[in-house]
Design a binder for this molecule. Structure first.
Ligand code: M6R
Length: 619
């Protein structure tokens, strides 16, 4: 997690740094800070809390200079505090740096450096890097070298060789105010190339509006940057010519409009984002789906006899829906793997296995590692991703973009429904390659096309959900129960509630409840039953009755016109009736709204919940 930025050139340095940090705040918001170097030295401003607090500090105590670096933090080592905020200084302030990642051997480095007389002022792992760079610089000076670009580069390179872990780094040197050295291993880093200026950022979003020319750093690469030049080095193999790419399609549509929170805005965007996920991907004549970026021939695709979907959090829940759809329509066996597990497992996978990494951000560390592991084994490894130019999108063999626009709220909403939409398209595509009939394909397309309108209609539940939220906002435990396609939705509903309202919630397949969780049911524990019309409707109703028999309050998400449920449940939220495989798109919406309103009632920060960050770039 954490976001880093850097700038060198003629502009107002802090303007870019602050704008960039605002755009990267989704990566962490425990603290923010900048360092700006000028001929007079390096000035640091940092503060616990949001970037807006740093901006206020900079109003009171402005800084200007030739180059600068900035950081927005998601705390890993050391509590969020002014002291632990980045940038951090090394030695006696001759080196200042910002870091995104985790240094696993920081403890032993710290002990060694303390033995050499370095004084640690913070609890962070990063401070060890700063002192190490200062140390390696000092060693060269002792041997008679000057402080110049080469000695600084050598100091950083020697330091990197001693680090175990991940880093995206930007380093300033007090004696060379027009130099930034940036380096990457495991944490993303991009350099923006302007005319007489360079930008550094954790992802491309801060660069939009400043430059569209970018160089993505690969692992173990360093960029040595002055205002008029950049040298790219591989830590072990030496110099490489930078390949400058033109940035396209990165949207910074982060305007809240009339909405109070990004989460609500993003919930309301779903008719539009589902439409975007479908756009240009339906082939009416052939009754199938089409994709531009799978990068596999029809013959290669037909050989596939197993699909592995890997992801984390909400994206993993979308994967579960995908498993049900792909198995039903494409008749391909599917497994859904937590990326954090898959990266260290070694399940048997033949060369006929295809892997999809599902990710909104394209930067989730575990998903990236799992994807790399699969690629290493020679499997076709594709991404279902929202963020254009992200590491996973770039490293995958091919893939499908969600085109959902930036998702800012930490609780993922529109990305989930877009992922499910793309997985539905893939089910149609693989199904039509195998045994799905032309008529069935036509019907599938007809249903998919109706979804934007159906979701618009579903959003009409908002007022009803508000009342339900008010009634149950005091509860400290919730159960979310659904079966088949609505089991992943139960998991997703529970996750939404947990992460933004801090209420304990568990999602379960409704029938599984009898094997343990039913012991939790009492008059203070509401159960949210997702019970739209389906082949096993009556079975879910029996599960619901079991909860009622134990005095558990029941909130039901049911299909319009379902009179039976109105008699059984304490509260019912009616949603449009759609085919079972598309129900997750519909039933997820009231659950998103429910968690949103419960969180508001409890006074929680819905867009920036405690302890979380939008993009989990550490293991
Ligand atoms: O960016 P990704 O889709 O890879 O992120 C995966 C999870 O970190 C993410 O879905 C997380 O669970 C959300 N905050 C849930 O709302």
């Amino acid at each position: 997690m954490c976001g880093i930025v850097g700038y060198i050139g003629p502009r107002d340095v802090t303007h870019f740094l602050l704008e960039g940090l605002h755009r990267l705040e989704y990566r962490g918001y425990d603290s923010a800070g900048v360092a700006v170097s000028s001929l007079g030295g390096i000035e640091i401003r940092k503060r616990e809390g949001r970037v807006s607090r740093l901006a206020a500090l900079l109003e009171e105590q402005p800084v200007s200079g030739l180059a600068g670096i900035g950081h927005t933090r998601w705390a890993t080592h050391g509590v969020p505090s002014d002291t632990n905020s980045h940038p951090h200084t090394g030695g006696n302030g001759e080196v200042v740096l910002v870091h995104n990642g985790v240094i696993e051997n920081y403890d032993s480095l710290r002990t060694q450096l303390q033995g050499l007389g370095y004084v640690f002022r913070t609890e962070t792992d990063t401070e060890a890097i700063a002192h190490l760079v200062a140390h390696h610089l000092g060693e060269q000076i002792k041997l008679g070298s000057d402080i110049n670009k080469d000695t600084c580069l050598k100091a950083v390179t020697l330091t990197l060789g001693r680090l175990k872990g991940t880093y995206g780094l930007a380093v300033l040197f007090r004696e060379l105010p027009d130099l930034i050295i940036a380096a990457r291993n495991g944490s993303p880093l991009v350099v923006g190339v302007g005319k007489g200026e360079y930008f550094v950022a954790s992802d491309a979003s801060p660069l939009v509006g400043f430059t569209d020319q970018v160089v993505y750093l690969d692992d173990h690469e360093l960029a040595v940057i002055t205002a008029d030049n950049m040298d790219l080095q591989h830590r072990e193999t030496g110099e490489r010519a930078p390949s400058v790419q033109t940035l396209d399609q990165v949207s910074t549509d982060t305007d809240l409009g009339d909405f109070e929170h990004y989460m609500l805005k993003e919930i309301y965007e779903q008719p539009h984002t589902i439409e975007n996920a479908l756009r240009g991907r339906l082939d009416d004549d052939e009754a199938t789906a089409k994709f531009g970026g799978l990068n596999l021939s029809a013959q290669e695709l037909r050989r596939i006899d197993r699909i592995v979907l890997t992801a984390c959090g909400t994206s993993w829940h979308a994967g579960l829906v995908g498993e049900y759809m792909l198995e039903e329509f494409a008749r391909v066996p599917v497994e859904v793997e937590y990326a954090s597990e898959l990266r260290y497992r070694n399940p048997p996978m033949s060369d006929r296995t295809m892997v999809f990494a599902i990710t909104q951000s394209g930067e989730t560390a575990d998903t990236l590692a799992a994807m790399r592991e699969c690629k290493r084994k020679g499997l076709p490894t594709l991404a279902i991703c929202n963020t254009v130019g992200s590491t996973i999108a770039r490293e995958a063999d091919g893939g499908v973009y969600l085109h959902a626009g930036p998702e800012i709220g930490v609780a993922s909403t529109k990305a989930f429904t877009s992922q499910v939409t793309v997985l539905a398209l893939l089910s149609l595509f693989f199904g039509r390659m195998r045994n799905l009939s032309y008529q069935a394909g036509k019907r599938f397309i007809y249903n998919l096309k109706s979804m934007p309108e159906v979701i618009t209609k579903t959003l009409e539940v908002h007022e009803k959900v508000k009342h339900v939220a008010e009634k149950y906002a005091h509860a400290n435990n919730f159960l979310y129960l659904g079966r088949l396609y609505n089991f992943p939705v139960a998991l997703e509903g529970a996750l939404k509630l947990k992460e933004i309202s801090y209420i304990h919630a568990e999602g379960y397949p409704a029938a599984e409840m009898k094997h343990g969780p039913i012991a939790l049911v009492d008059e203070n524990t509401p159960s949210v039953f997702i019970v739209p019309k389906s082949g096993i409707y009556s079975k879910v109703i029996s599960n619901l009755e079991e909860v009622k028999a134990r005095k558990g309050p029941v909130i039901a998400i049911a299909c319009e016109g379902d009179e039976k449920i109105a008699k059984l449940a304490d509260d019912v939220i009616f949603v449009p009736d759609v085919e079972e495989y598309l129900q997750p798109l519909v039933t997820a919406v009231p659950l998103q709204l429910l968690s949103y309103h419960i969180a508001l009632h409890r006074g929680c920060n819905v867009d920036r919940p405690r302890n979380l960050a939008k993009s989990v770039t550490v293991e």
